[in-house]
Design a protein around this ligand. Structure first.
Ligand SMILES: Cc1cc2nc3c(=O)[nH]c(=O)nc-3n(C[C@H](O)[C@H](O)[C@H](O)COP(=O)(O)OP(=O)(O)OC[C@H]3O[C@@H](n4cnc5c(N)ncnc54)[C@H](O)[C@@H]3O)c2cc1C
Length: 351
């Protein structure tokens, strides 16, 4: 849908079909990212929360960031998808069926969806990729609630609060305050195995109780498993895009900025008759993220400290650039200097 929305802006968009079996409502969840004013104005109708401050907390300290140039923006996925749909060009049609069969003959793709056959010269495939078993995953469950009383600090997003059970892997609470009485509270783990639903719910319940936050009403639940390891696209004969092409940071699970950037670049290429999918994240960044994950797997006891040191070494502007893959060499230098050297040196050859 992001690619289709970008194609609509071209002077002469190509004929295209989008196959998506799920409605916007079925696809609804929260998508957050660091954006600037132009992002905000383009996506305003889909924005559910906008903040200038965020924090990471452990038992020893709080790292609080504020940014003038960046916002932490949360979109309603369904509103974002509706926005893309409303902007579709008449030459681009949305088909509410899953692709069932896909074959190639003489460089033409033949596919079937909802008992209808289609032929295409190019197929861009964003079906969720296969994940390596035993690989690192970010798995979470979030509870959207209305609280009994207003909370304090509703101008600050809690990206990671590590003051929770760390016995099963790296665990933190992610909290988005949409208003003083409207929150999304997620229990998030970075490990190799998902936990039963009850485990995340109990973690959220304890976190709320410890802060004296009473729940007036449950608004919704959302859960997900995000790959943080090597990704294998569903079908090597198609051109993978989005997360299926690796547009996800293996150290953080954030993908929105990378998916958007790839869609913009690809639409521009298509306007020039080039159908090669741009690499979403540079090899250098992928290497650094893989090294970071390697240290997390081999030294789980260091995990909380690594995230706190990383955040603590940067200010708000630098952190937002770091998270969106635009950090300068000197910002990378600050992060590297803040890390414990031995574990990274030890695993650099095994990435
Ligand atoms: C609950 C949740 C919250 C998240 N929050 C964030 C966040 O805050 N920030 C962030 O950066 N990332 C977040 N992510 C990561 C997320 O994966 C991406 O943001 C985004 O959804 C990836 O986009 P994508 O188009 O690559 O893949 P997807 O959004 O997964 O799209 C794949 C699509 O393929 C469709 N499909 C599957 N099979 C077929 C078929 N056979 N035929 C046709 N279509 C098919 C599916 O219906 C789906 O719509 C979150 C993920 C989840 C699950």
């Amino acid at each position: 849908m992001s690619l289709a929305a970008n194609l609509a802006d071209l002077a002469s968009p190509p004929e295209a079909r989008i196959f998506e079996p799920r409605t916007e409502k079925e696809r609804d969840c929260h998508w957050s990212f660091w954006g600037t004013d132009p992002h905000l104005s383009a996506l305003k109708p889909a924005c559910k929360g906008i903040w200038k401050r965020w924090q990471l907390i452990d038992h020893n300290e709080k790292v609080a960031h504020e940014s003038r140039s960046h916002h932490y923006i949360t979109l309603s996925a369904s509103e974002y998808l509706k926005l893309c749909k409303a902007n579709l060009h008449p030459k681009i049609q949305l088909i509410r069926n899953a692709v069932e069969d896909l074959d190639f003959k003489d460089n033409i793709a033949f596919l079937t969806a909802g008992d209808i056959s289609y032929a295409a010269t190019h197929v861009f495939d964003s079906r969720p990729p296969e994940t390596k078993s035993g690989g690192m995953i970010q798995h979470f469950l979030g509870r959207e609630i209305r609280t009994k009383k207003p909370i304090k600090e509703c101008d600050t997003v809690t990206l990671m609060d590590f003051r929770v059970d760390q016995s099963r892997g790296l665990h933190f609470i992610y909290m988005l305050p949409f208003s003083p009485t409207h929150l999304l509270v997620e229990s998030t783990m970075i490990s190799q195995t998902p936990e039963p639903q009850q485990w995340y719910l109990e973690s959220i319940g304890s976190w709320l109780d410890e802060r004296g936050i009473g729940v007036e009403k449950d608004i919704g639940l959302e859960s997900g498993i995000i790959p943080m390891d090597k990704i294998k696209p569903k079908d090597p004969r198609t051109s993978a895009i989005g997360v299926a092409s690796g547009a996800i940071r293996q150290s953080s699970g954030y993908s929105f900025n990378y998916v958007q950037h790839q869609a913009e670049q690809l639409a521009e290429r298509i306007s020039r008759g080039c159908y090669d999918v741009p690499v979403p994240i540079s090899n250098k960044l992928v290497f650094m993220d893989r090294l970071f994950n390697r240290v997390l797997i081999k030294h789980p006891e260091l995990a909380v400290d690594l995230f706190m040191r990383m955040a603590g070494s940067l200010n708000g502007e630098q952190f937002a650039r770091f998270m969106t893959g635009r950090a300068s060499l000197s910002e990378w230098g600050k992060v590297i200097l803040a890390m414990p050297k031995m574990p990274f040196m030890r695993h650099i050859w095994s990435v």
